[in-house]
Ligand binder design. Structure first.
Ligand code: 2BA
Length: 109
């Protein structure tokens, strides 16, 4: 058995949840925050049999879109004195970042 940790953008989370349910896959959705942009994203925990990993990755790939997000410039000393602000930088995010982990045991107690 494997555990997929899939980090997706909030905008794709509901559609991904629906697509997983439709194909009979259980999942848990967690609110998370990206370390770089420090913006909200969504992490799915999806437990699957080994032979289902590729199918679930296909579902994630079909639902999750690549998007540009704005990275706001960090406040600097100069801003405090009314100097011009840096322009926000565009960063490409997604479709999804997926980790596949071996599951030692799966039990319902
Ligand atoms: P964030 O950490 O907020 O990163 C958002 C996007 O910023 C990343 O998109 C990437 O395009 C860019 N980025 C991240 N770190 C960067 C850096 N040091 N320099 C320049 N650009 C950088 P994605 O790669 O699609 O990642 C989306 C989200 O997936 C990340 O949000 C984070 O929450 C998660 N993630 C990505 N790599 C990870 C890792 N190795 N471990 C854990 N979570 C990860």
């Amino acid at each position: 058995m494997k555990l997929l940790l899939a980090i997706v953008q909030d905008a794709d989370a509901l559609e991904l949840q629906k697509a997983l349910i439709k194909r009979g896959h259980g999942s848990t959705k967690l609110a998370s925050t990206g370390g770089f942009l420090r913006q909200g994203n969504t992490t799915f925990l999806i437990g699957v049999e080994d032979d289902e990993v590729a199918g679930v990755q296909d579902i994630i790939h079909s639902v999750c879109r690549e998007r540009k997000k704005l990275l706001a410039p960090k406040p600097r000393f100069a801003e405090l004195h009314g100097a011009l602000l840096d322009e926000p930088t565009k960063v490409t995010v997604g479709g999804a970042v997926v980790f596949v982990l071996d599951v030692e045991a799966f039990t319902r107690l």
